[in-house]
Design a protein around this ligand. Structure first.
Ligand SMILES: Nc1ncnc2c1ncn2[C@@H]1O[C@H](COP(=O)(O)OP(=O)(O)O)[C@@H](O)[C@H]1O
Ligand SMILES: O=C(O)[C@H](O)[C@@H](O)[C@H](O)[C@H](O)COP(=O)(O)O
Length: 181
């Protein structure tokens, strides 16, 4: 049996968590929250409005990757019904995506879903989100760091996400199920 890992990616506020929760519910499949895997130092930095650097992110990305690989092994060995895993991870740079997708197991396929939003939408969503360490003030650095996936990154599906959540989730489900959008 093969497992497909879908990594919901994009800057803070694009909807990674909200979308992943909906998809995992729809498919009754696993969901891994990348934000929960940051080391405490990273959370402290972001809470204080300090943007992460590459050096802060490598270990975190390796942890995210290991977490979904372990989950995929578990699914394969238990012959679980659901062969999909949804992961939230900003994966802002191409080099981060390369690291995450570097999986030497023909039974595990890694794909990215880029939740593409206008800066205005991101700003509005971060302003209204409550109780999260990542404030609106960090948005500029997120957008500066973001390397939008290019057409040669053939493991990336781009979904326009300025529309309501239900619409975004439906578009992704249709794509995963290979129905016309
Ligand atoms: N498509 C959408 N339309 C409206 N609000 C959304 C949409 N996607 C997410 N939100 C809301 O925007 C905020 C940020 O979403 P969240 O999932 O936390 O983003 P991320 O995990 O990418 O930082 C949350 O309050 C969430 O409920
Ligand atoms: O690489 C980074 O700078 C961080 O991972 C960042 O991109 C991520 O967005 C935070 O974890 C905040 O969490 P939210 O994305 O849920 O706002």
């Amino acid at each position: 049996m093969g497992v497909t890992v879908f990594i919901l990616m994009g800057p803070a506020g694009c909807g990674k968590t909200a979308v992943a929760q909906n998809l995992s519910e729809h498919y009754s499949c696993a969901y891994i929250e990348g934000d929960n895997l940051h080391p405490a130092e990273n959370i402290a930095k972001m809470s204080n409005g300090i943007a992460l650097r590459d050096e802060d992110r490598w270990q975190w990305l390796a942890t995210v990757r290991q977490k979904f690989l372990d989950k995929a092994d578990e699914i394969i060995s238990s012959r679980s019904e659901c062969s999909l895993i949804f992961v939230t991870c900003s994966a802002l740079k191409r080099s981060y995506r390369t690291l995450l997708a570097d999986v030497d197991n023909k039974n595990i396929s890694v794909k990215f879903i880029f939740l593409k939003c206008s800066p205005q939408t991101l700003s509005n969503r971060l302003a209204s989100r409550k109780g999260h360490y990542m404030g609106k003030a960090m948005l500029d650095s997120q957008l500066q760091t973001l390397e939008e996936p290019t057409s040669d990154e053939n493991n990336v599906i781009t979904i326009e996400c300025d529309s309501p959540l239900s619409n975004v989730v439906s578009k992704i489900i249709n794509t995963i199920d290979e129905k016309p959008i």
